[in-house]
Write a protein that binds this ligand. Sequence first.
Ligand SMILES: C[S@@+](CC[C@H](N)C(=O)[O-])C[C@H]1O[C@@H](n2cnc3c(N)ncnc32)[C@H](O)[C@@H]1O
Length: 230
Amino acid sequence: MLSFVRRGTRLQGKQLAAWERLSGHYLVDVPRASAATSVDPEARFDAASAFGRSAPLVVEIGSGLGDAVVAAAAAAPEQDFLALDVYRPGLSDLMRKADTAGAPNIRVIEANAPDVFATMLVPASVDEVWMFFPDPWPKKRHHKRRLVSPEFAALVARVLRPGGRWRLATDWEEYAEQMRETLDQVAEFSAANEGADGWSPRFERRIETGFERKGIAAGRVIRDLTYVRR
Ligand SMILES: C[S@@+](CC[C@H](N)C(=O)[O-])C[C@H]1O[C@@H](n2cnc3c(N)ncnc32)[C@H](O)[C@@H]1O
């Protein structure tokens, strides 16, 4: 079950120009299995060769328009950032913003995140996984499309190093509760939700994106969660 319905992939104008100019530096080539967002199970992400160095690695799932990861990467040049999304126009914007902000320490992968986590990322190679405002799929019949599940948690546990962190945020209260109930029961993680009512304090490196602003404007409460790989 996919967590997304793919929107357009055709780029035009500024987005096409940015893609052509910048993908040589930022975009990681992905051999596909079948679908356009799939990953050949034999493919591996070699961080040292992709970034040309060895540095702590943060993987962001669902970067959207890229604002959060670009701000974080510009503020932490000593770390490497891998952004995953299936939304090509968003990835193009991300690359343009990274270029403008002076954040060469980002790479992007256009693929379905569970495929990347299942086989492409090397076990215990990631320091942090970030997942901010994943699609909430509010209708009950769509809940099975939500990314956070015991099965996906096992894939995240596979790639995080011991002591590594999975940070999540959502403006959808009922999804926040589902995330917490699900992840509290995953043996590979210990909860580090030390703020009020068992949520995490706001992650200080997470900037406010348009998605968060919309949630706040609609009167929703933002929940952060943090889990540590045992
Ligand atoms: C609601 S947006 C949030 C974007 C961004 N994190 C923010 O806070 O502004 C969710 C993003 O997750 C992406 N997404 C959903 N399912 C995905 C999957 N299976 N693999 C990769 N990206 C996915 C969507 O394309 C979309 O860009």
